[in-house]
Write a protein that binds this ligand. Sequence first.
Ligand SMILES: C[S@@+](CC[C@H](N)C(=O)[O-])C[C@H]1O[C@@H](n2cnc3c(N)ncnc32)[C@H](O)[C@@H]1O
Length: 238
Amino acid sequence: MRRPFSLSPRLQAVAELVPPGARLADVGTDHGRLPVWLVQHGIVDQVVASDLRPGPLSKATALAERWGVSHQISFRLCDGLSAISPEEAEVVTITGMGGETIAEILAAVPWTRQSGHRYILQAMSGMDGLRRYLSEQGYSISSEQLVREGDTLYVILLAQPGEMPPLTEGEVWVGRHAPGMDSPLRSRYLEQELEKLRRAADGLARSGRLEDREKLARFEQAVYEVEQLKKEWEQWQM
Ligand SMILES: C[S@@+](CC[C@H](N)C(=O)[O-])C[C@H]1O[C@@H](n2cnc3c(N)ncnc32)[C@H](O)[C@@H]1O
């Protein structure tokens, strides 16, 4: 018998956040590894797996056939959640894309802000924009988790409809200090985001453009806050 395939650390961490028995929609499924693995391991019975492009969706279909779980996965060729009903999407995973795309997918479908849905989100870039979008548009981030794969750190967000106190500029960049963030990786993450922020702030300051002044003030505030958070974190570690 073939041994079941394993997931990468990033997707494994996502899989572990899926509540057993949930009605799941995996948006942007690509290779389909996440839904196939979840069904194969009995975590969920039924999944809707969607992708914008036929090529990735056919890879996912082939993987499901290969592992004999096609009857438990409904494949949809569609943009985001557009061909998925709210009843099919108690839990939604959107992973491996840019934060802006994830925000657009949520924004395009009004029911994503109704109670009863939960989101497991992992962006390859643009985490700041995604956090800002969620906190300003009626979602609440309940936890954040850091995962390392090779040299790369990934953040996985859990969010649901609801209000949350507005994020500060620093929190937009590094998340609100939450239990899931109490990992040894936190220090490295703070350092990495601080570097990004300093570079962005320096670039804007050098450009000297008047229209960038407001953005520059936000970056400078974020740099200040993240430096403080980093110091507090390091003291707490000692
Ligand atoms: C890099 S793959 C990520 C695959 C998998 N979710 C993961 O985390 O490994 C991104 C996939 O998202 C799909 N995608 C991008 N924008 C999308 C959209 N608006 N709706 C559905 N799928 C989308 C792409 O076609 C691609 O297959």
